[in-house]
Design a protein around this ligand. Structure first.
Ligand code: ACO
Length: 361
């Protein structure tokens, strides 16, 4: 029995393929490097949704429809935002999404695509004592998220965030996508399926890692000795955040895509010096992990440079998983539809290893 379902194939999919030995990610017939930085997030949403929604329009119309969905989500949920804001930012976003209709139509899907992008800046602003900013239906998806957040904003930053959303849009049968498919297989609505994905994404072994990456970088900077700090962590049985992966035995290709994005944001700026420091920490971590876990090839994963990119884009570390969800939601929806189309309930077996009752003759 595979305890973590390692190597178990639980679905046929046309959506994405993770080649863990070669370090390649394919999304619907396109390599990650072909998409990231070249396709806009709205175009990738269309690519993922193609064939799963009958009335799917072309790229430009779909991007306009996503813009309208952002406005609709804001108008629907604005009256409740004040009650959600005292929760931690991830729980508040999840609670807001839970209030959306649990339908199956394209309009339901687009509201779900829009929701993390709209809710995250609105809730962050409320926690800072500021009024939420309404979405602009005509703006680009990532550019609008930065505009609503109200921090640093430029075409370069919007492009960086858009590339991030594309980079994390789908990734095989990861924990949150599997959770989404399990719920979708019961023919529950899309909102229910996405809530399952959100629950799984939150954990630090999955999408909750980039916030702790920032904490690690800050702690190492304060300690002044990366190798010693990292070795102490391993000796205490802790995991180094942003490293290791269930499938990749080589470097996660998303790490290099995101690192290049951060590099483009500025070599002489604050981001540039943060990147240079992170590179020395990465090198030290890879060496420490090689010595401490020689039996396992532990490499840099997507979360390490996610942390730097989202920090540069002006998001506080508590909201990093929200932004991850803003990208991954498109993949979750496509997987939910793909699973529903099979008509097959996911229902594996467990092996009972508990005490046996006395059988009365
Ligand atoms: N730091 C230290 N040790 C590690 C790490 C790490 N980051 N990753 C794996 N290991 C060690 C384990 O302690 C274990 O050592 P042992 O055999 O001495 O007990 C060995 O490697 C194998 O561990 P598994 O849990 O079987 O490895 P798996 O490949 O299933 O783990 C995981 C994958 C959970 C992502 C792990 O690498 C990890 O915890 N990483 C840190 C958290 C992180 O960055 N998560 C984001 C992942 S990317 C994503 O989900 C979007």
């Amino acid at each position: 029995m595979a305890n973590g379902l390692d190597d178990v194939v639980a679905a046929d999919t046309v959506l994405s393929d993770v080649d863990g030995a070669g370090g390649h990610l394919t999304i619907r017939g396109h390599s990650l490097t072909e998409l990231a930085g070249h396709w806009r997030y709205g175009q990738v949403v269309r690519l993922l949704f193609d064939g799963f929604f009958d009335e799917l329009p072309g790229d430009a119309e779909l991007e306009r429809a996503i813009g309208k969905a952002r406005v609709e989500v804001f108008e629907r949920l604005q009256p409740m935002l004040g009650q959600l804001a005292p929760l931690d930012i991830y729980s508040a976003m999840r609670a807001g999404i839970a209030l959306l209709p649990d339908g199956e139509e394209l309009a339901d899907a687009l509201r779900l695509v829009a929701a993390p992008t709209v809710l995250t800046p609105a809730l962050l602003r409320l926690t800072r004592g500021e009024k939420p900013v309404a979405p602009d239906a005509r703006a680009g998806h990532a550019a609008d998220m930065l505009r609503m957040l109200g921090g640093p904003s430029s075409p370069a930053l919007a492009k960086a965030l858009d590339t991030y959303l594309v980079t994390v849009c789908d990734h095989g049968l990861n924990a949150s996508t599997f959770a989404t498919r399990v719920v979708a297989s019961t023919q529950a609505g899309l909102t229910s399926a996405i809530l399952a994905g959100l629950g799984a994404l939150k954990g630090p072994l999955h999408g909750g890692a980039p916030g702790p990456v920032i904490e690690m970088l800050d702690a190492i900077e304060a300690s002044g000795d990366a190798a010693a700090w990292l070795s102490d962590e391993i000796a205490r049985g802790e995991r180094i955040m942003g490293f290791g992966h269930r499938i990749y035995r080589v470097r996660d290709p998303r790490a290099d895509v995101l690192k290049a994005v951060v590099r483009r944001l500025g070599t002489r700026s604050e981001t540039g010096s943060r990147l240079a420091f992170a590179e020395t920490v990465e090198q030290a971590a890879l060496e420490v992990l090689k010595v401490a876990k020689p039996q396992r090839s532990i490499q840099t994963n997507v979360e390490f440079y996610t942390a730097l990119l989202l920090e540069a884009a002006g998001f506080p570390k508590e909201a990093f998983s929200n932004v991850f969800a803003a990208g991954r939601v498109a993949g979750w929806i496509a997987h939910a539809r793909e699973q529903q189309a099979t008509g097959r309930l996911i229902r594996p077996q467990s092996r009972y290893v508990g005490p046996v009752p006395d059988l009365v003759a």
